[in-house]
Design a protein around this ligand. Structure first.
Ligand SMILES: Cc1cc2nc3c(=O)[nH]c(=O)nc-3n(C[C@H](O)[C@H](O)[C@H](O)COP(=O)(O)O)c2cc1C
Length: 414
């Protein structure tokens, strides 16, 4: 199993990460990671920090001559804000000293971890809560999970995403986007999907909708407010049989919902048309089984004409693309003040504005790709695991051959 740990504060010197359990002999270069770090900065509506950061990963260990060694891999990403934004972060975030003369933050911001964190850790200063609960941490998550993504790519499994709604503007029903999405999946799997989405300033598959969302973001900015939204993560090339129904914690649907909701500000997730399915009769929901030769986007001898289940039945993949949707709440830092209470004086006070995004749904969708890739990679390793890439490939090829009667050696799917 691949595990990862991240450490680092948003305005500290750097964030660091360690990934353990990666098989040996997996090709890996900093570019495999930096590509996705750059994608995390995509999206209209990002705040000033996007102009400061130029995330690049430094790999310290676990990789030699562009291949993993089977040993833990360690990473560092420097925080541009630490030096560049001239706010005195080296002093404010100093590792040593006693903090004398450093102003405390005592006004908790609604919707942030501020008050809950202050109470939990018995701090007098909210700064440590702000700095660790910040979504800056997702840069390192993307880095760590890009290793899992690289592993999946070796087996033709790709992960992509696109945004379907920002605040009030977006598609209402999956039928409004599935045709366009499935055409991309047929052409080039989930990689074609994310590449098409990356072309749009809001990561949407429709130019008109992109324009309408940009206007909506601009209007919201004028009203000094913020927005959330909905996005979809899709995984293609997934063999049937990942995950399991035999025990609660092996159910892949449960793991995927956790993967999405583990990201800051993601407050709901659904597998397939999960939410809408609850409103409809079974005959319109469950996906009839057909022979694989009639298949659309799937692997193996069986397929489905539709995919309301999102590729998972009984907590186990059924060979159809995996579809998970994430729901992000509006950004909690608002230009418009909200009521709060100073925790030092107990005086009622409005919150003060700091640098912030109006919306980060496009960025969140790329982080969700990463956490989903990590979850799928572990389900894949549970079934086909081995110490090295050649060992895993032997297990996978034997299974593919038994299931399909042929060996499909995919090209590196990217
Ligand atoms: C990619 C990304 C970027 C974010 N950017 C901001 C931001 O600029 N300003 C802000 O107030 N919250 C931002 N958030 C959300 C906060 O990190 C999050 O709401 C906060 O830490 C509280 O956690 P919770 O919403 O899970 O309760 C962002 C979240 C993500 C995933």
């Amino acid at each position: 199993m691949i595990r990862y740990l991240t450490s680092g504060e948003s305005h500290g010197e750097a964030i660091v990460g360690v990934v353990e359990g990666v098989p040996a002999r997996l090709p890996l270069t900093p570019d495999d990671i930096n590509t996705h770090l750059a994608r995390r900065w995509l999206g209209y509506g990002r705040g000033g920090r996007s102009k400061i950061e130029n995330d690049k990963v430094h790999i310290y260990s676990g990789v030699r001559f562009s291949e993993t060694l089977g040993s833990p891999i360690s990473f560092r990403i420097d925080n541009g804000a630490y030096e560049k934004d001239k706010a005195g972060w080296p002093e404010k975030m100093a590792v040593d000293g006693d903090g004398a003369g450093i102003e405390k933050v005592t006004l908790p911001r609604p919707g942030h971890a501020d008050l809950a964190g202050l109470q939990k850790y018995e701090f007098e200063d909210i700064r440590p809560v702000i700095d660790r609960s910040s979504a800056r941490e997702t840069a390192m998550r993307v880095a760590c999970c890009s290793v899992a993504r690289r592993l999946l790519n070796e087996f033709g499994i790709t992960v992509g995403s696109h945004v379907v709604r920002i605040g009030d503007v977006g598609f209402d029903e999956p039928e409004d986007w599935v045709e366009r999405r499935n055409a991309l999946l047929r052409d080039g799997g989930a990689r074609a999907l994310y590449e098409a989405a990356d072309e749009s300033a809001t990561r949407m598959l429709d130019d008109d909708m992109t324009e309408r969302c940009i206007e909506h973001i601009e209007d919201t900015k004028k009203q000094r407010d913020s927005l959330g939204g909905i996005y979809e993560v899709v995984v293609t090339g997934v063999p049937p049989g990942l995950g399991s129904y035999v025990h609660w914690d092996r159910r892949l649907d449960g793991q995927l919902v956790q993967a999405i909701c583990s990201i800051q500000a993601q407050k709901a997730a659904e597998v397939g048309d999960g939410v809408r399915n609850a409103h409809r009769p079974g005959s319109k929901v469950h996906d009839p089984i057909i022979h694989g030769d009639e298949r659309d986007v799937s692997t193996g001898p069986y397929a489905r004409r539709r995919n309301h289940a999102g590729g998972i039945e009984g907590g186990t993949t059924n060979g159809m693309p995996i579809i998970v949707r994430g729901y992000m709440k509006p950004i909690p830092t608002l230009i418009k003040p909200l009521d709060s209470v100073d925790t030092e004086t107990d005086e009622a006070q409005p919150t003060r504005y700091e640098r912030s995004d109006i919306t980060s749904v496009p960025a969140a969708s790329t982080v969700a790709e990463a956490t989903v890739a990590y979850t799928i990679a572990n389900a894949f390793l549970e079934k086909y695991g081995g110490d090295s890439l050649p060992a895993i490939r032997r297990h996978w090829e034997a299974d593919e051959e038994a299931r399909t009667g042929e060996t499909n050696r995919p090209d590196d799917a990217g």
